[in-house]
Design a protein around this ligand. Structure first.
Ligand SMILES: Nc1ncnc2c1ncn2[C@@H]1O[C@H](COP(=O)(O)OP(=O)(O)OP(=O)(O)O)[C@@H](O)[C@H]1O
Ligand SMILES: [Mg+2]
Length: 227
């Protein structure tokens, strides 16, 4: 089943002589449950693409369908709801809220949606992330690896259909990186989630099912490595 369809997607930042074409007429489809690694040089348009897949930004032209919904035909409120329910986002620098505890950071997407926290599900996620003894800590009382595990928890709590990660190990040492990759893979398998990861880390790229390379805003390579 096709979960994502990207049609002729382009993004131009700025106008006139300062205009930058960050994404140039990109099209592809993604099957439910696929694990895709996106690679490419700095400035090639990887983050721009990921943001457009997640409804974080709007394209200059082209369409993104998630489960057959044309997400950019939604208004801002609908798009925000779509994002909270369908997309789990993980960033290189975690983007946790400094004044909220670990538990509050993880459950924030549910609270914003006025949904009750499912205690059993929360316990399960917290246990798998090995954060049981840190629930009442603040982000600045955690190591980088722990902070990234919290951000994975926050991304998972609403059972999103698609997990998007932008260099999730870019700020971590090799031991913590390996742990984060294992967790992402474990959740991808356990919940049959679609996982799209931007990475400069060869170890991640080689574990994906499919590799997409981007240069100058265009796809230059798209191969299935593990059918
Ligand atoms: N908000 C913005 N305003 C103007 N230009 C932008 C903006 N965001 C990105 N760009 C430009 O768009 C191009 C693509 O940027 P993008 O962040 O998608 O690259 P990237 O592949 O993620 O790079 P990196 O590996 O360094 O993270 C770059 O030339 C960048 O300067
Ligand atoms: Mg980037």
């Amino acid at each position: 089943m096709e979960i994502l369809k990207i049609e002729n997607l382009s993004k131009v930042y700025g106008k006139d002589e300062t205009a930058v074409k960050a994404l140039d007429d990109v099209s592809f489809t993604v099957k439910k449950g696929e694990f895709i690694a996106i690679i490419g040089p700095s400035g090639s348009g990887k983050s721009t693409l990921l943001h457009l897949l997640g409804g974080v930004d709007r394209p200059s032209s082209g369409k993104v369908f998630v489960n057959n919904t044309d997400i950019y035909s939604l208004n801002e409120t609908q798009l925000a709801i779509f994002r909270r329910r369908q997309i789990g986002l993980i960033y290189q620098f975690y983007n946790l809220i400094p004044v909220l505890t670990v538990e509050e950071n993880i459950t924030l997407p549910l609270l914003l949606d006025q949904h009750q926290v499912d205690k059993k599900q929360l316990d399960d996620i917290v246990k798998k992330l090995n954060l049981e003894s840190r629930l009442n800590h603040l982000p600045n009382q955690l190591s980088g690896g722990q902070q990234q595990r919290v951000s994975i928890g926050r991304a998972l709590i609403s059972n999103p259909a698609i997990m998007l990660a932008d260099e999730p190990t870019g700020n971590l040492d090799s031991k913590n990186s390996a742990e984060i990759i294992d967790l992402l893979k474990m959740f991808h398998k356990t919940y049959n989630q679609t996982l799209i990861v931007i990475t400069h880390d060869e170890r991640i790229a080689l574990q994906a099912d499919r590799l997409i390379a981007i240069e100058d805003g265009k796809i230059t390579r798209d191969e299935v490595i593990r059918p």
